[in-house]
Design a protein around this ligand. Structure first.
Ligand SMILES: C[S@@+](CC[C@H](N)C(=O)[O-])C[C@H]1O[C@@H](n2cnc3c(N)ncnc32)[C@H](O)[C@@H]1O
Length: 281
């Protein structure tokens, strides 16, 4: 597959992201944990790179009915926080896929540290062309990542392809609202590497067209309005580490971009959604 022109920008965005493997290990040490002997019960509070932490994972588990027999795919898994959490809490087997090699390297390291590498594996790959056979998984999850992927219809079609008949797709994503204008989309594209933001309606349509029956759609805009204010404060607490690793100019650029992003939730110019759909047989 020819890589979209935006792929390099998304890779660079996550190569210089304030939440990264090194930062997670430093924070563990600061809090008095020895990373060499860390358990998932501790790690799960440090490695979730989506909104709402482990509670958001629990919601996907409940919605998609994940249990020990489920074969789960975590698309755009980042450093694998949700993948490890699902394997640990449900006893299922999980595969995570992400196109950023550094994120996957971090995911593998953290998973081995938590002793979960027997049940959780990772692949480097693009969500638009995944290296899995048709009908490989019972459940597919994703959190706050599809916003970076261009061509949502193709993305959702690819997700449906790797699900078994009757399999469930449960995901959350950053969404456009009726109030998102072109200038805002362009700025988010440049500063946050978001592509073709989906909406509650467009994802529902894409799921249906991909052969999935939509079972629930939840508007998360209000919830995220609050969560994101805390998240901006969390990034600001990481200032020293971010400056040390990537420089002051990078920190300031990130802070401007993230403040703008969080502000859009306060005015309703951005939203969020949680979707559950079942692949028709
Ligand atoms: C906000 S992180 C989410 C990480 C993870 N879902 C979590 O909750 O901890 C978004 C991830 O999406 C990945 N990503 C973006 N576009 C992708 C694509 N087209 N294919 C695979 N991964 C992609 C990025 O590399 C990044 O690791």
């Amino acid at each position: 597959m020819a890589e979209p022109a935006t792929t390099g920008a998304v890779l660079a965005f996550y190569d210089t992201h304030p939440i990264n493997e090194r930062q997670i290990l430093e924070k563990l040490r600061q809090d008095g944990h020895d990373p060499a002997h860390v358990t998932e019960d501790v790690l799960k509070h440090y490695d979730q790179d989506h909104f709402g932490g482990v509670a958001a994972n629990d919601t996907l588990v409940r919605l998609a009915g994940i249990d020990a027999d489920s074969r789960v795919l975590d698309v755009c898994c980042g450093m694998g926080g949700p993948s490890r959490y699902l394997a640990h809490t449900c006893g299922c087997r999980v595969t995570g896929i992400d196109m950023n090699a550094g994120r996957i390297e971090g995911a593998r390291t953290l998973t081995a540290m938590a002793g979960l590498d027997g049940r959780v594996g990772f692949e480097i790959g693009n969500a638009l062309a995944m290296p899995f056979a048709d009908g490989s998984f019972d459940v597919l999850i994703s959190q706050e990542a599809f916003c970076h992927v261009p061509d949502k219809r193709r993305l959702v079609g690819e997700c449906a392809r790797v699900l078994k008949a009757g399999g469930r797709i449960a995901f959350t994503d950053i969404l456009a609202t009726a109030r998102t204008d072109d200038a805002t989309r362009a700025r988010l594209g440049k500063e946050m590497t978001f592509q073709e933001l989906g909406s509650l309606e467009s994802y529902s349509r894409a799921l249906d067209e991909a052969g999935c029956a939509v079972e629930s759609v939840e508007d998360l805009g209000e919830d995220w309005r609050v969560i994101l204010v805390d998240r901006l404060a969390m990034y600001r607490r990481l200032k020293d580490q971010t400056v040390e690793r990537f420089g002051l100019a990078h920190y300031e650029k990130w802070d401007r971009a993230y403040s703008f992003f969080v502000g859009l939730y306060q005015t309703g110019e951005l939203g969020g959604g949680r979707f559950l759909a079942r692949r028709r047989s």
